[in-house]
Design a protein around this ligand. Structure first.
Ligand code: SF4
Length: 546
């Protein structure tokens, strides 16, 4: 009897969990949690149950998952060293207190808002307050019992923490000088508010494959880091002389850094929310949900390319074709917002530098008072962990600068203070391996002493782990926290070093084995900076030199 040959097994490509292709069943724990309950629903439980019954009453799926939708993370227990990160269970690593991220879309605050944040910090967060590199303020030591009162106080002034973390549209970043910069093409504030008011907190986008970052700016200096956002609108004038936006999609850092790609379109300001809706819907429907490590929009863009992305956007989501836009402008260094500069209405803005974004409730109260006394009360947070007071008459700027300096807030800081950033690090972050904030402050103080005359722009960004909350890959000197082996063969806290990263240019070069212990950090950075200063030619930047 003849037997039939068994056909070779058909090799199926494993699905990526894309909803639009029919993969609706969750393929991992995170997707399962999101399917079980919308993250936004946790707000009610926090108010009605957890804040009344205390930390131990919190369902673990809420605590380590959905709380993020409300801007809350448990913080790291004090005293657990970096070597234990990843080796301990969550319960062993986490404290019964929270980090709370207050959303400040566009970095725009008025007097009562800054005062409210200052009061909350003092009353409920042991005075902590850090300015992040996406405009937000992060508080620590928050108790679950106090969360409803904090939300009430924020709501009184039009602020909130909804979708400040989680697989959702995060804080929308904008130019800190929107509406006041003399050279801006378009004030993007109304478009930014429009997207915020329509879609933030909406169940339509409360279950995305991963976090989703938006930038929207109409200024000419490209300071909103559009190259590393999931979606970015950048002001432009087209060939007909109309002002609108170019659109960039699919940028992001973390462990697989990628720069965004231009879709090649021109968007009129009134279309902005529609385009944002379309691109975000593509991410929700076609984004990869199987592996968390491949879930950011950049991976879909890498596979599709900008032409296909644009085609799907136009055909499946908008139902119309967008006009072509101008070629993207060459990358240029973003504006540094410190110093005293003229606004378009003739008043002045005064930008100053807290050390790596670290302030406190009392200091925020002082800044709020100064902004009221010398300006209109309006304050902006920047993407470099700095602050700007707006609307100051020219004749009062010097006095304001002197008062700020009295609080160690310098309008003309050293290059090290001006350009250094650090993430949260081991002090509070459960993923951290190294200390970052204090390390950065010590480094800054020491470099100011050792290199008092160095005056070239130089960014030094410090992360406490391989994630990239402080954008290490696009810094002149990027320091990524990890354990390293010291001269005695012991594992100690240290950093992997990358050099010469530049937005729109190239990511920092990682030289194999280029690492330093934390103890050797200052000497290492000093050596590199001195070498650059000796060898650079006129006008040569650090990235070009490195
Ligand atoms: Fe935490 Fe790492 Fe982000 Fe720093 S870079 S805040 S250590 S996750």
């Amino acid at each position: 009897m003849r037997t039939r040959a068994v056909p070779p097994a058909i090799k199926r490509k494993k699905g990526e969990g894309q909803w639009a292709l029919g993969y609706r069943e969750p393929l991992n724990k995170n997707e399962e949690n999101k399917k079980n309950d919308d993250g936004l629903n946790v707000r009610r439980r926090i108010i009605d149950v957890y804040s009344k019954n205390g930390f131990d009453s919190i369902d673990p799926a809420d605590l380590r998952g959905r709380f993020r939708w409300m801007g809350l993370y448990t913080q790291r227990k004090p005293g657990i060293d970096g070597g234990k990160t990843g080796a301990l269970e969550d319960e062993e690593l986490e404290d019964k207190y929270f980090m709370m991220r207050i959303r400040i879309d566009g970095g725009q605050l008025d007097g009562p808002q800054l005062r409210a944040i200052a009061d909350i910090s003092t009353l409920y967060a042991r005075g902590t307050a850090d300015i992040t590199d996406r405009h937000n303020v992060q508080l620590h030591w928050v108790r679950i019992e106090d969360v409803p009162a904090i939300w009430d106080r924020l709501a009184e002034v039009g602020l909130h923490t909804t979708e400040a973390c989680g697989d959702v549209p995060r804080t929308i970043i904008g130019c800190p000088l929107a509406g006041i910069a003399e050279d801006e093409l378009i004030d993007a504030t109304p478009n930014l508010r429009d997207i915020h008011d329509r879609y933030i907190g909406s169940p339509e986008f409360s279950n995305l494959p991963r976090k989703y970052k938006t930038a929207l700016s109409g200024c000419t200096s490209h300071c909103t880091v559009h190259e590393i956002n999931d979606i970015a609108f950048v002001g432009v004038v087209n060939e007909n002389g109309e002002t609108g936006y170019q659109v960039f999609v699919g940028g992001g850092l973390s462990t697989n850094p990628m720069f965004s790609k231009s879709l090649g379109v021109f968007v009129r300001p009134e279309q902005t929310h529609e385009i944002w809706h379309g691109v975000t819907s593509i991410f929700r429907d076609y984004g990869y949900r199987r592996l968390r490590s491949r879930a950011r929009l950049k991976f879909l863009m890498k596979d599709w390319g900008p032409e296909k992305f644009r085609e799907v956007l136009e055909k499946e989501y908008l139902g119309y074709a967008l006009p072509d836009g101008p070629e993207p402008a060459a990358p240029r260094p973003g504006r540094d917002h410190t110093g005293v500069h003229r606004q378009k209405d003739g008043n002045y803005y005064v930008g100053f530098a807290p050390r790596v974004g670290r302030v406190n409730g009392e200091l925020l109260g002082v800044i709020a008072d100064l902004a009221n006394e010398y300006g209109s009360g309006r304050v902006r947070t920047t993407l470099e962990q700095k602050l700007v007071i707006l609307d100051v008459p020219q004749e009062r700027t010097e006095e304001l600068a002197a008062k700020l300096a009295g609080h160690d807030l310098h309008v003309n800081p050293s290059v090290f203070r001006r350009h250094m950033m650090a993430c949260t690090g081991i002090e509070f972050c459960k993923l951290a391996i190294t200390n970052t904030k204090q390390r950065a402050m010590d480094l800054m103080d020491e470099l100011e002493k050792r290199l008092p005359d160095f005056d070239q722009p130089l960014t030094i960004n410090i992360n406490g782990c391989p994630n990239s909350c402080a954008r290490v890959q696009v810094a002149d000197i990027g320091l990524k926290g990890q354990l390293v082996v010291d001269e005695n063969g012991d594992q100690v806290e240290g950093f992997q070093i990358s050099l010469g990263g530049q937005l729109g240019g190239a990511f920092g070069k990682k030289v194999r084995g280029l690492k330093t212990t934390s103890a050797g950090l200052t000497d290492y950075v000093e050596r590199v900076v001195r070498k650059f200063d000796e060898q650079r030619t006129d006008g040569e930047t650090f990235a070009e030199w490195a």
